[in-house]
Design a protein around this ligand. Structure first.
Ligand code: T4K
Length: 427
């Protein structure tokens, strides 16, 4: 159970309690002071459920000698997912990227598909990998999700679909996207990699559009080590994706589709089931962390925390701040540099926007001129550590450091070299 002692966490809390607040700029680790955290803090530490139960399941899998290919744990995981989401079908996959590839292919997406640039690179890659052109739309500044007006402007006779992304659990304007898709006869797929356990108008994410795709990667709210799923209420689509993820086999020796290997393994399914059992505890911890961040950062000038809609169910998996450098007098990247020197590895998700990454920057060199909000937002957001590995003292430390850095923004910023790399972990 999650209620068991987490000795690493307790040890770190004690170490951090001993620690002094930074009094002057020279106290910052970047300028020679002691690191605020002896153990590194990371974004994306996995939420782990009951280890003992998981290990028992692993033993059972090994004893059965049935490791993958529609084993009993996969079937059970799929059943539990569908029940939780209130959707007819949930087909487990090897990861979210393959699930996106299979879903878009099974939906018959070809030619051009409209997708926000402000997302993880897997979203456009799933299209490009299949010879489909991702056409990048801009986002709404309040929700960071696809802007319906921007989508409408990009529709051409070659457009076959839209992929909306529920970024950081912020839900797309589903109603407007559904209207656009219906009017233009387009397929509508949602990349719900960040939105497991979130709702839209009280209904769980999983049954909107033609299909929704989840990721159960280690860093996600619910993890199965690696994993993903396609959720849909469409019987034919479910049947098709089920066959496609198994090479297209329709019978023992009979192949009916161009398929791939997108199968989830039994250990992954066992981990997924174990994670589902602790889901309420994960939400509670994330929510508590979010409330603490909200309280401690609320008075810091130029720092705006992404607010979760209390009318909806959320997983609270991402703590995102937007930095207004006119008010902080120090930019986002320098704040990240200050924190990483203290052993706090924040992330600039999803800088610099997919349109500025290869192969897209070469194919669409002018895209940046059409994406002003994406360009702006990708330069000012930071993702902070949260999840079940982060304690109250950690969050206090992160917030105190941000407040101290902003209070001395001009001076600190002037001392930092823009050449200093921003890392994802200790090297
Ligand atoms: N759509 C969206 C919107 C997505 O965000 C993603 C994936 C996908 C689709 C595709 O789903 P998958 O095919 O991945 O199922 C990470 C993840 O690899 C990726 O799954 C995720 N999005 C993306 C947002 O983040 P990186 O390159 O940032 O990962 P990495 O290795 O730098 O790890 C991130 C942090 O997590 C580090 O600070 C350390 C920590 N970590 C990571 C792992 C793997 C751990 O503490 N333990 C671990 O086991 O992409």
């Amino acid at each position: 159970m999650m209620g068991q002692f987490d000795y690493q966490l307790i040890k770190r809390e004690l170490v951090m309690k001993e620690h002094q607040k930074k009094q002057e700029i020279a106290d910052l680790a970047l300028f020679g002071g002691e690191k605020a955290c002896r153990e590194p803090l990371y974004v994306g530490r996995p939420n782990i459920g009951d280890k003992e139960i998981f290990l028992k399941r692993m033993e059972d899998i090994l004893d059965r000698k049935w490791l993958t290919n529609d084993g009993i744990y996969i079937a059970e995981f799929e059943r539990q997912l569908a029940t939780k989401l209130g959707v007819k079908h949930c087909v487990a996959m090897s990861n979210g990227t393959v699930a996106l590839e299979i879903a878009s292919r099974a939906l018959g997406m070809t030619g051009e598909v409209i997708v926000p640039s402000f997302t993880f690179i897997a979203t456009p890659h799933c299209l490009f990998w299949q010879g489909i052109n991702p056409v990048f739309c801009d986002i709404c500044p309040e929700t960071y999700t696809a802007d319906p007006a921007s989508i409408e402007k990009l529709i051409t006779p070659r457009t076959t679909g839209i992929i909306g992304v529920h970024l950081w659990g912020q839900i797309c304007n589903i109603q407007q996207l559904e209207n656009i898709a219906r009017r233009h006869n387009l397929r509508l797929l949602f990349d719900a990699a960040h939105a497991f356990g979130c709702s839209y108008n009280g209904q769980m994410i999983g049954s909107f559009g033609d299909a929704e795709v989840f990721s159960f990667h280690a860093t996600k709210f619910l993890n199965s080590f690696e994993g993903g799923a396609i959720a849909t209420n469409n019987d034919l689509l479910a049947e098709k994706v089920r066959l496609m993820k198994n090479f297209g086999f329709v019978g023992v020796d009979d192949v009916g589709y161009a398929g791939t290997n997108g199968k989830m393994s039994e250990p992954s399914a066992a981990m997924g089931i174990t994670s589902l059992e602790s889901m309420d505890e994960f939400v509670e911890t994330n929510r508590k962390n979010y409330l603490q961040y909200n309280k401690l950062l609320s008075g810091v000038p130029g720092i705006k925390l992404l607010i979760y809609n209390q009318q909806e169910t959320s997983n609270y998996q991402y703590i995102i701040i937007e930095i207004d450098s006119d008010k902080t007098n120090i930019d986002r990247d320098d704040i990240a540099r200050v924190l990483q020197a203290e052993n706090i590895f924040v992330r600039r998700y999803f800088y610099p926007g997919c349109h500025n990454q290869e192969p897209y920057s070469s194919y669409f060199p002018y895209a940046k001129h059409l994406l002003p909000i994406t360009e702006e937002v990708s330069k000012k957001v930071l993702c902070l550590p949260t999840g079940t590995s982060i304690g109250e003292a950690d969050i206090t430390k992160v917030c105190e450091l941000i407040a101290f850095t902003v209070a001395n923004g001009k001076e600190i910023g002037s001392k930092i070299s823009p050449e200093l790399p921003i890392l994802s972990h200790v090297v």
